[in-house]
Design a protein around this ligand. Structure first.
Ligand SMILES: *Cc1c(COP(=O)(O)O)cnc(C)c1O
Length: 276
């Protein structure tokens, strides 16, 4: 993995980047072997310069993730490639008295024509803002994954996971899912995302990762409830299945073996990030 601290566009740095990408893809393919679906590798380019996104794109990489809406909007302008798919994986913090500015940012984000998914939605309020912000000329509904806090860590964003249908019936997670399906025609409820705890990603690979198991359980419960409401058929997920976005540099192979549909790899491809 990269140890370089500079992200200047030198031939050496470019070679290192493409090597990292190639190695990540080999591991990704190997870990996906036993899956019956074709998972997606999202290259998390956050804090990295646009030339790196272009270089990976030229190697065939299509999905890229950013956790800052401002960086995503700026990079999308700079890179300007139609068949690239952007994933927003960050949180837009709410600060008092800044609602209008925040709504403007959400509008700018949804105006990115190749924004493919927002993986980090956690509130009905934001779903409504996104739904009304989406430009009229957008061709397909915007994919939404709901972020779930599977580790219970207070510093992690995300909605509480659910274990049973009784528990789920009253949960913010289920309510948000139903709200999108029933009231947000420009959004598509596609699946669930988790970050998980670092402890779990570093734990022995001989036992299942608890965050991934928790997300799968939550998915099973939600899928069961949505499926029993036949009026909602075809209005959520992909082919009647909710997608799981779980696995990052430290644990994407474990995520894939656990059945993930989307993994998000930053450091493993782009190298270490400098602290802000
Ligand atoms: C930064 C980030 C990643 C990538 O993390 P790495 O450990 O660098 O692979 C994945 N998902 C989210 C939500 C992130 O913010």
């Amino acid at each position: 993995m990269a140890s370089t601290t500079s992200d200047k566009a030198t031939p050496e740095r470019r070679t290192e980047l493409l090597q990292n990408l190639a190695e990540t893809k080999i591991c990704f393919t190997e870990a996906s072997k036993s899956l019956s679906h074709a998972p997606t590798l999202v290259a998390v380019s956050k804090t990295k310069p646009a030339w790196m996104t272009r270089a990976c794109y030229e190697e065939g990489q299509r999905d890229f993730g950013e956790n800052s809406d401002i960086d995503l909007v700026n990079k999308a302008k700079k890179v300007n490639l139609d068949s690239l798919r952007w994933h927003f994986i960050g949180v837009m913090k709410k600060t008092e008295g800044d609602d209008l500015r925040r709504q403007t940012r959400m509008r700018e984000l949804t105006a990115v024509s190749n924004l493919h998914a927002i993986q980090s939605l956690t509130s009905i309020e934001d779903a409504d803002i996104y739904n009304s912000a989406i430009p009229a000329d957008r061709k397909t509904p915007l994919n939404m994954l709901l972020q779930v806090n599977t580790s219970g860590e207070v510093q992690k964003s995300g909605l509480q996971y659910v274990d049973t249908e009784t528990e789920a019936a009253d949960s913010p997670l289920f309510k948000l899912a139903c709200h999108i399906i029933e009231h947000c025609p420009k959004l598509h409820f596609q699946g669930l995302m988790t970050i998980g705890s670092q402890m779990e990603s570093l734990a022995s690979s001989e036992r299942p990762n608890q965050d991934f198991e928790t997300l799968k359980k939550t998915r099973d419960v939600l899928e069961g409830m949505l499926r029993s409401n036949t009026a909602l058929n075809g209005r959520w997920g992909d082919n009647g299945k909710l997608l799981l976005s779980m696995g990052m540099t430290a644990d994407f192979e474990a995520g894939l073996r656990a059945g993930s549909h989307i993994v998000r790899v930053g450091t493993g491809i782009f190298g270490a990030r400098r602290m802000k």
